[in-house]
Design a protein around this ligand. Structure first.
Ligand code: MLT
Length: 387
């Protein structure tokens, strides 16, 4: 037996596990502390009642012989795939067919699993800083990584790769910097992919935070993108499904990968749970849409309060508009991990150290606006005392 040495070479802990471990260690020695969790992008508002009721109905169906269901289609139920097409794509003038939509148990799984479609010899371009799963997944597969540094002096915009990249991970609105691309800017990436026969894995998990009309919600708003892009979406950040687990991935037939992905999913995935799919379907009802928009407005306002509050305290901050994350430069004399520890130990605030998103994230921390509003206000008060 030979183990996967690529996996063995990954650093000890996944970023968010390391943060959770440090927070837990602090709490064990300070059980009285009221720790404010502004690190991982995990939602805090309860699910709207229309979604809870849909899940209750689904559970009741499973309780009766007349309505019981067993395995569903591996690619997801047609009623949900059709609802996605009708609500997320058709109104934006994008033609996607339900056969191109694959329901998943969340964007995270698909972002990793899609890697199996491609030969290990492919090079992967990854923005840096970036969501660590792209890097870890590529390393597990033993792929050569082309880093695309996103620097503050360029407003964290990535430059196109100078060499040929076969696979490109893009995430916009960006996690962690909050940067967004306009249609023209995204068009350059599609053009690059078309010229170089690359595939873009477009992580659109945060599209619901977009407010600027010039910022595309889907990469398929760009002409020609259906030939070169797979789009990954999640109900986690849009509808608060981090516990429910449901997302979807669009693999257009024009990429020539749709049948391969279907084949892969049928072998290795038995489908998202019926209950989560009914919950996801409820997000597209008029009541579901209204409730979700209300929750999103709350998080967007929290982001604004956080952004302005940090600015007033003298921090240099980015993101927070069209995005739920605030990317904040750490004060002089700190690294991103030492500032993380400082905030935890002096103010009981948990953030995410920028270096965990890659070396160019050094000197920054990320704050999440998915947090409870009171906790954000309290964090600003505690940080004021530090100033
Ligand atoms: C993050 O905090 O970057 C993400 O929410 C974590 C995740 O979605 O897995």
């Amino acid at each position: 037996m030979f183990i996967n040495t690529h996996l063995q070479q990954l650093r000890g802990h996944y970023l968010f596990t390391e943060i959770a471990n440090r927070t837990k260690a602090y709490q064990q020695t300070h059980p009285e502390a009221h720790v404010l969790r502004l690190g991982i992008g995990d939602v805090t508002l309860p699910l709207p009642s229309v979604i809870i009721e849909a899940m209750h109905r689904a559970v009741d169906e499973l309780a009766s012989a007349a309505t019981f269901r067993g395995y569903g289609p591996e690619e997801g139920y047609l009623w949900l795939r059709q609802a996605i097409v009708d609500n997320d794509y058709t109104p934006r003038g994008i033609h996607v067919s339900p056969e191109e939509v694959f329901i998943s148990d969340g964007a995270g799984s698909d972002l990793g699993n899609l890697s199996e479609l491609f030969d290990a010899s492919n090079t992967v371009a990854i923005l840096e800083p970036s969501y660590p799963a792209y890097v870890d997944t590529s390393r597990m597969a033993g792929r050569e990584i082309i880093w695309l540094p996103c620097l503050a002096q360029n407003n964290f915009y990535p430059a196109l790769p100078k060499q040929k990249a076969d696979i490109i991970y893009l995430c916009f609105p960006n996690n962690p910097t909050g940067t967004v691309l306009t249609r023209d800017e995204l068009s350059r990436w599609v053009e690059y992919a078309r010229t170089n026969h690359s595939i873009i894995l477009f992580d659109a998990a945060y599209e619901a935070f977009i407010e600027d009309p010039d910022v595309p919600h889907s990469i398929y708003e760009i002409e020609g993108a259906q030939e070169v892009a797979i789009e990954i979406r999640s109900f986690s950040k849009t509808a608060g499904f981090t516990a429910v687990r449901c997302g979807y991935t669009v693999v257009p037939k024009a990429t020539s990968l749709q049948t391969m992905w279907l084949r892969r999913q049928c072998t290795k995935f038995n489908g998202a749970s019926y209950i989560s799919q009914r919950a996801a379907e409820a997000t597209y009802t008029p009541e579901g849409k209204a409730a979700i928009q209300a929750n999103l407005s709350y998080y967007k306002q929290t982001a604004q309060i956080f952004l302005e509050g940090l600015r007033t305290l003298g921090y240099e901050v980015f993101g927070g508009k069209n995005a739920p994350y605030i990317w904040c430069r750490v004060p002089h004399g700190y690294t991103s991990w030492s500032f993380f520890d400082h905030l935890l130990h002096t103010s009981q605030i948990v953030c995410t150290p920028g270096a965990g998103f890659g070396p160019t994230g050094e000197g920054f921390v990320r704050f999440s606006a998915f947090s409870n509003r009171k906790d954000v206000e309290e964090a600003l008060k505690r940080m004021k005392k530090l100033a």
